[in-house]
Design a protein around this ligand. Structure first.
Ligand SMILES: *Cc1c(COP(=O)(O)O)cnc(C)c1O
Length: 301
């Protein structure tokens, strides 16, 4: 992975709808094809810390399409650490492309029922998992811990102060928290959640914000397209048109819904005319393998 590959790219003038000064994209997706976007930032201090503490193995969690799981598998491999993945559901099912890749990077996969998986943050259950797997360094789902949030803060250093608004897609909220804690409060931070009722994350986010940083942010959950991982033809068409005019591939789970939401917000005159908006391309393109035949661009690795 190579953080120096990140660039800021302006969208085609048409996408501004004549409503704002600029809409640019911070291309974190260019860091690495697998350890892409925000996942690298959330993992790097976790892996450094694990090594520093003398661990040889990390253990983490994810679903069968998880960007985090495959990024953790690839990054651990590069750090010379063994990796164990606890996978939700999928028992007896065929391996998805994501899980196949996890295996290729040497991650040992263990499948648990949805019920068992739901205990992933329960201290007693984690204790039993730690014992069972020889006390690996445990990284929560989505890299949602202190090291993950600190890593996400590093993304803020790539954002020039000339932007009035920064927009990011929100899953666990870890990236959003790091950004809000590290960006000047004068920059408005907008989070777009790709799941139903995503605003439940507001509490979780507020808990981790430093007091003097807990302002000028807002979450939206209107653009979920039926729920997490769900999509329709309208969204696919949006992704294809977006690629044709900007040459930027979006992913089907997170960044496509964010950009769709932003284009609606522009239509609704949400932004002041002086706005300069920076959208964060948080990566996730490996997740497009399930819709590869419906996209005009190739994004699966
Ligand atoms: C994981 C992911 C997110 C969500 O990040 P959080 O830090 O969990 O909120 C956003 N975009 C992409 C592409 C992702 O893979």
């Amino acid at each position: 992975m190579d953080e120096s590959k990140v660039v800021i790219q302006a969208l085609h003038q048409d996408w501004l709808q004549g409503k704002v000064v600029a809409i640019d994209i911070l291309r974190l997706d260019l860091i690495d094809p697998v350890i892409s976007g925000n996942k690298w930032y959330k993992l790097k201090y976790n892996l450094q810390y694990a090594k520093h503490k003398g661990h040889h193995t990390i253990l983490t969690f994810g679903g069968a399409y998880s960007n985090h799981l495959v990024a953790a598998a690839a990054a651990a491999n590069q750090f010379g650490l063994r990796a164990i993945g606890i996978v939700r559901g999928n028992d007896g099912g065929e391996l998805t492309e994501t899980l196949k890749q996890c295996s290729e990077y040497g991650m040992q996969l263990h499948f648990v029922s949805r019920e068992e998986y739901s205990k992933k943050d329960d201290a007693f259950w984690l204790q039993s998992i730690a014992t069972r797997f020889g006390h690996p360094f445990i990284i929560p789902e989505g890299g949602a811990n202190e090291q993950g949030r600190l890593g996400a803060e590093d993304i803020a250093s790539l954002i020039p102060s000339s932007y009035s608004h920064v927009a990011v897609s929100v899953g666990s909220g870890t990236t959003f928290i790091g950004l809000r804690n590290a960006l000047p409060v004068s920059q408005t931070l907008l989070g777009l959640a790709p799941m139903k009722n995503g605003r439940y994350l507001e509490n979780e986010i507020a808990q981790h914000l430093r007091e003097d940083q807990n302002s000028n942010w807002q979450l939206f959950d209107r653009w979920h397209f039926g729920g997490f991982g769900k999509w329709n033809d309208d969204l696919l068409q949006f992704m294809n048109v977006f690629y044709e005019s900007n040459s930027i591939p979006l992913d089907i789970v997170y960044t496509s819904k964010m950009m769709y939401g932003l284009s609606d917000l522009l239509k609704e005159n949400f932004f002041p005319a002086y706005a300069k908006v920076l959208c964060i391309h948080s990566g996730g393109l490996q997740g497009n393998s399930s819709v590869a035949d419906k996209l005009v661009y190739k994004s699966a690795v």
